[in-house]
Each structure stands twice: as C-alpha cells, then as structure tokens.
Design a protein around this ligand. Structure first.
Ligand code: PLP
Length: 482
C-alpha cells in the first residue's frame, strides 16, 4: 500500500469511526455471539498473496464487529469503565503513525519529556506528595508488580535483585477484597500466594488495621520478613476504601512499603471534595491509578507514582552495550521503570485529553457520574423489590433483587443470576456481578464518556422490566410462590 492509498483508506476509516461512535446506542452492548463463531469464519492460514484493503475491511465489519462488546456504549455499566474520548482517539492515531519505541530518551526525547510533564500535572491534580515522581505503565497490575519489586528491594537491603529471595521469607499484606493483581504479582516475584496475608475487612469493606498489625507481629514472631502493604482505594467488588491513615501509621512504624492501588477510584482524587474526605496520602510510598479506566484516555494508560523510584530502578537496571546512551543527561531512562524494555508513546493521549478538557472539564464529567449514581441509588431504595447492598461509592453501587420471605439465600442468588443473564442477553444494558459477604450482588458503575442521565434511567427501566418478567415467569413455572 502506498501513501496515497493510506490517505484514501484513512479518510474512509475516519468516517467509519465517527459513524460508529455516533450510532453506538443502536448496537447491543455485550456481544451476542456464541464462543467459537468468529474463529470458524477466519481463514485457517495466512494468505500467500496480499489482499485488497476493501476485502480486509469488509471482513472486519462483517466477521469481527458482531464479536465486539462495546465498551464505549453509553449503557455500559459493567466491570469498571475503560473509557476513551475524541481527543484520546486523535492522539492514538498519531501514536500509531509515529510508531515510536520510547524505551530511552534517545529513542524518543519528546515521549520521555512529555511523560515527565504530564505525570507532574497529574500529581498536582491529585495533590499527591510533591516528592513523588511518576511513570506511565501499561496496567495497574504492572504498576503493583513494580511497587512490590521496590518493596522487595527495601526489605532485602537491595540484595533480592541479585541474590534472589531464597533465604528471605518475605510477606505481603492486602485486604481480603484486594484485586487479584496483588496475588498475581506476589506469585510472579517468587514470594508466593502462601505469603500473601488477606486481612479481614470491616462492615464498610475497608481493611481492618488492628488485624493488619496483629498479622505483621505474628509474622515477625515466626522469623518472616514483612515487606509491603497494598491498600486499595475503590475495591473492585463494591468500591470500598482501605483506611490509609491508620495503615500508614503501621507501615511507618514497621518500616514497610505502603502501595496504594486506586486503579479505578484514583481519578476521583482530581475532585477537591473527594480528596478532602481522604486522609493518609502523605504516608504512602507508591500509588497507581488508571486514566484508562475513568479519565477518558484509551486503554492502556496507567499512572504510577513513587516516593523513591531509585529502589525500582536499582532492581531493574541492566545496560548491555546495545542500550548504552548518555544523550538523555539527567532525564529518566524509563526502560528501567517497568518490566518491558519497549514502551509505547502513552503520554501523548494523556496530554491531548488533559489539554482538551482542562482540569475543570474533567471534574465536571466525574461529578456528573457521581451525582447520577446517587440519584440511581435513590431510585433503587425507593423500590421495595430491590435492596441497595453497597454504596453509592463514588460512581458505583451494588444492589440485588430481594426474594420473598420464604426464599432461601441460594434461591435469591439464583434469581439475581437469572436477572443479570436476562439483562445482558437482551443487550440493551451491560452489568456484572460480584459476591459480597458470600452473596450474589449486581454492580452498577457509571463512567462512560458518552453516558447521560437518560441512559442511566433507561438502564434502571430495563432492570425493573426484566425483574417483573422474571417474577411473572417464576409464578408461571410455579417454581416458587412469589
Ligand atoms: N486494581 C483494581 C482495584 C482493579 O479494579 C483492577 C481492574 O479492574 C486492577 C487493579 C487491574 O487493572 P489493570 O487491568 O490495569 O491491570
């Protein structure tokens, strides 16, 4: 394909992109296909001769698009959002065109220096301690892994990277509701799941600091080496917060690294009214949140801040002759700040987004999501067939359909599973479940760029209608008297 053909197809694709985004509402949110149906339509081996772009694009539309779950759909209320925005899309087009590899200052000076600047902007917006420096990682999972590498370095006085941890029985602490990425990191680092302490949570879902302290003391008594506490702001299940202030006092006293996983909720720290409710950020050692979740920046973009990046850099720096470069002077060589050597130019989309919306524009969008979640919680509590189980926590809540007096917990759980499947199967709304205190609950998260209050209202109407149908069906089937 020559450059004029590229121009021709790019123009067509831009038209397609805008048509797609502006008609997204008419598509089912969750893909309605069965497993294997895409694979069976794909050529079993690579074509020996090149094919025309028209044919490739037609297959994209006809074969692949039915297998897309539409994350930018305004009625996507599942998981946590992975929202995008027009300025972010524009930046990604440039990133793909430049196709820079940003491992060293020398390989992409603008990428390194823009990353330094946008991370400083973000740090100021979140009001994180001024000593923090940041880098952009591909995911919160990778950032938590890096935080644990730094913690491991500190707990072993810098020995672990070279000597390994065979003789050092390190332990890590996180709440029972922490994200699975913490346990994955512990496994990758050779610390092992058995040395991850899952600390109980209180009634609100936050880590119990007393239980944390008791666990650290017990481990020291056994000759183990406590290394890190991972606290969470905005748990994946119900959006709960671990109490940073008492946890920070414990980690300071015990000399442990305190990492904060705020993958979703961290974006809300750009709101002064949210920050003022949160104490304890001054005592933390590292912090991650995902602009690719709730700050309108395409996946992947994870903002990772460290008080002392040198521990991580010490552990990861390896400089074979082919990577030697001194042109960057005192700027960071970000290749030493993450697992992969190669890095995408992720700062560009963040810069486009932050400049295009401005801090106030971003705040206004998040405030809408939070206000609509509160409004939705009022609708749920006003309907006695439903129960608000958790929240609203920022822009998420969890609810369930109540059972009748004679229903067992298991029957109510099954009813909610059926409600969820009915809703997601119909495709007009997408929600996901979690288990909360051993019971099935349905999560509702508002965070899409294109969502408006009427989409939330439509979502609630769908839920009420599906619940009515389900109850009527239950009666007809006489499974259980409703
Ligand atoms: N931490 C929390 C609290 C999360 O909710 C998630 C994902 O939803 C993650 C970590 C993992 O994020 P990532 O996909 O960026 O690794």
């Amino acid at each position: 394909m020559d450059f004029e053909e590229l121009r021709h197809h790019a123009h067509r694709q831009v038209d397609w992109m805008v048509d797609y985004l502006s008609t997204l509402e008419s598509r089912p949110v969750r893909s309605q296909i069965r497993a294997g149906s895409i694979l069976s339509q794909l050529a079993p081996s690579c074509p020996s001769q090149g094919e025309p772009m028209e044919r490739i694009f037609a297959d994209f539309e006809h074969i692949l698009m039915p297998g897309i779950t539409h994350w930018q759909h305004p009625r996507f209320f599942a998981y946590f959002p992975a929202n995008s925005s027009p300025p972010s899309v524009l930046a990604e087009m440039l990133t793909a065109t430049l196709a820079s590899q940003c491992m060293l200052w020398e390989t992409s000076p603008a990428a390194t220096e823009l990353e330094m600047r946008v991370m400083q902007w973000l740090r100021e917006l979140l009001d994180l301690p001024e000593v923090f420096t940041g880098s952009i990682q591909d995911s919160a999972s990778a950032a938590t892994l890096c935080a644990l590498i730094a913690a491991r370095d500190r707990a072993t006085a810098g020995q672990a990277a070279r000597a390994g941890i065979a003789g050092a029985q390190l332990t890590v602490y996180a709440s029972a509701d922490a994200h699975s990425s913490v346990e994955k990191a512990v496994r990758i680092l050779g610390i092992g799941s058995n040395h991850l302490r899952k600390i109980p949570v209180d009634a609100e879902g936050g880590m119990d600091p007393g239980a944390l302290e008791a666990s650290i003391t017990a481990d020291r008594g056994r000759g183990l080496i406590p290394a890190c506490v991972v606290a969470c702001l905005g748990t994946t299940g119900i959006g709960a917060n671990d109490p940073l202030e008492p946890i920070g006092q414990i980690t300071a006293r015990e000399g442990l690294h305190l990492h904060v996983d705020a993958a979703w909720a961290g974006s809300a720290l750009i709101l002064p009214e949210v920050r003022s409710r949160l104490r304890g950020l001054s005592a933390i050692d590292s912090f991650v949140f995902n602009p690719h979740k709730w700050l309108f920046t395409n996946f992947d973009c994870s903002a990772f801040f460290m008080r002392d990046p040198q521990r991580l850099v010490n552990a990861l720096t390896l400089t074979p002759a082919y990577l030697e470069s001194s042109l960057g002077g005192n700027t960071p060589e970000y290749r030493d700040w993450s697992v992969a050597l190669g890095r995408r130019f992720r700062a560009l989309k963040l810069w486009f987004v932050m400049r295009s919306y401005g801090a106030e524009g971003l705040r206004a969008l998040l405030r809408n999501h939070i206000a609509w979640t509160e409004r939705l919680s009022g609708l749920i509590t006003g309907d006695d067939r439903f129960e608000l189980v958790a929240g609203p926590n920022l822009a998420m809540l969890a609810f369930r359909l109540k059972g009748g007096a004679m229903h067992s917990d298991a029957q109510v759980d099954a009813l909610n599973e059926r409600l969820l499947e009915r809703l997601n199967g119909a495709g007009r709304i997408y929600l996901t479940r979690t288990r909360h205190r051993g019971r099935t609950v349905i999560r509702f998260v508002i965070g899409q760029t294109y969502t408006q209050w009427h989409h939330v209202e439509q979502g609630w109407d769908e839920i009420r209608k599906a619940a009515e149908e389900l109850m009527a069906q239950s009666l007809r089937e006489a499974e259980t008297p409703y």
